[in-house]
Design a binder for this molecule. Sequence first.
Ligand code: GLU
Length: 306
Amino acid sequence: MIQTILEQAVEQALPAVELGEPASYIPELGKVDKRQLGVCVRTLDGGRFCAGDAQVRFSIQSISKVISLAAALERCGFETVFSQVGMEPSGDAFNSLVRLETSESCPSNPMINSGAITVDSYLVPVISFEEMLAFTRALCMDEDICLDERVYRSEMSNISRNRAIAYLLENKGVIRSDVERTLEFYVRMCSLSVTAESLAGFGLVLANSGVVPGTGRRLLKAETARVVKTIMLTCGMYDGSGCFAVRVGIPSKSGVGGGILSVADRRMGIGIFGPALDRKGNSVAGVKVLETISARMNLHIFADQA
Ligand code: GLU
């Protein structure tokens, strides 16, 4: 039943790959074939279902912001993390500098670049990139996740905008760690290679409040999982988060590599790969797949349960 729904959802959404383009401001991402589309679902009772390009490796990009937020909540605590980063949707593009200059406030939330760079600045003194990689592999239940050196170098050569954000944040006293080390850490996290299946694994752990189903191993406190899922719901789909919440209603985080991580709480983790992006940076066909899945499996958080 789930398998059939996934196959039909991919088939129906496939023409939409023509409506978007891969991100090209990171040149290496622009080389990806935009006609790919895949989905994986992992359920709490041990089911694993894939359709389309679910095993193709791609760049995690902004979905790593969820991992950094989770690590910072675990290592540094809620009060520290949200002392300098807000919890509100920004309504601006993910790489916007606008509010940093015009308002007194800190970055609006940890899912946009300014917020994630700030969160990473807390992590730099307390955790190494190698530990973050091990943490990511455990969360995604995928030991093959690695740094994609080509994507890393490609983004580091086109880092001006994020560098501007980071130095502005340092100037405002929001970032206190070394700015260049923080940027390197941030870009490394964005350059990890995952599959739709890895994202489904991560979604499954979040759906199960931080515990790996089957083994019972706790990777995150229940409170961390709750905070992360809530921020994903309100801020995870760039400045399209409101529309996505109405139409799909599943806490999700997208990345400009074409991935989407989705969590149907207490039921399943969902991973999507579809590198053709809309103007906001969300996978065009991927969002369509999620719309179908949400409707057919009744996954909207406010679905009629009657
Ligand atoms: N590394 C990307 C950047 O900083 C992440 C963007 C994204 O996926 O939203 O621009």
